[in-house]
Design a binder for this molecule. Structure first.
Ligand SMILES: C[S@@+](CC[C@H](N)C(=O)[O-])C[C@H]1O[C@@H](n2cnc3c(N)ncnc32)[C@H](O)[C@@H]1O
Length: 189
């Protein structure tokens, strides 16, 4: 279910990825995690790349799962436990993590609904799925979408309400909030 071209590109740029990526929005994540109805001690960052999203969280255990080997190598260099895995087949047992992050990654997944179902499966009751995405209905979002396609990525972006419905369809209690061209969807198990 991977988009092989997208993953191969991230594999190639992994060593340089952190040089050009802005820091993740720690305040936004804290806000999103506060929706959990349990203590958040074990977080899985899916499509987590070098661990940029995980690095913004102050939690005991942060694990990166990514389809690109180069990204998982870089995540380990950055001090994270990291596994090479497809978002649609996570190598974790049911109800084994308190939160799942998907930051700037869902639009690259070949089967986003399957990835959402997998995230819901591994969440413990009361845990949360936190998704940061680009809004393709906002002007800057449209430019990002155009830029990714021009670069050769096979990205699919979802408007916030659409993604909220998809998260609800995965069996989670979903809500979203927009901030400019980026938005956050949170779904609680
Ligand atoms: C734009 S990067 C975002 C990385 C990180 N979340 C961040 O915010 O910096 C997208 C990531 O999704 C990963 N990815 C793409 N398709 C995937 C899939 N099917 N399963 C797991 N990871 C995938 C890529 O390898 C890449 O590391």
């Amino acid at each position: 279910m991977s988009r092989a071209g997208d993953v191969a590109t991230f594999d190639r740029v992994a060593r340089f990825y952190d040089w050009v990526s802005p820091s993740a929005d720690a305040a936004e994540f804290r806000e999103a995690l506060s929706f959990a109805e349990r203590d958040v001690e074990r977080v899985l960052d899916v499509g987590g790349g070098t661990g940029r999203g995980a690095s913004a969280l102050d939690v005991r255990e942060r694990i990166v799962a990514d389809a690109a080997a180069g990204m998982t190598r870089q995540a380990r260099r950055n001090g994270f436990e990291a596994v090479r895995a497809d978002a649609g087949r996570l190598p974790f047992v049911d109800e084994s993590v308190d939160a799942v992050l998907v930051v700037d990654a869902l639009h690259h997944f070949g089967d986003p609904d399957r990835a959402l179902a997998e995230a819901a499966r591994v969440l413990r009751p009361g845990g949360v799925l936190v998704i940061r995405e680009i809004d393709p209905t906002a002007l800057v979002g449209r430019l990002v979408e155009w830029g990714e396609r021009a670069y050769g990525f096979d990205s699919t972006f979802f408007p916030p309400a659409d993604l909220g419905r998809r998260v609800a369809a995965a069996g989670l209690d979903a809500r979203f909030r927009s901030s400019g061209f980026e938005y956050t969807v949170v779904g609680r198990a």
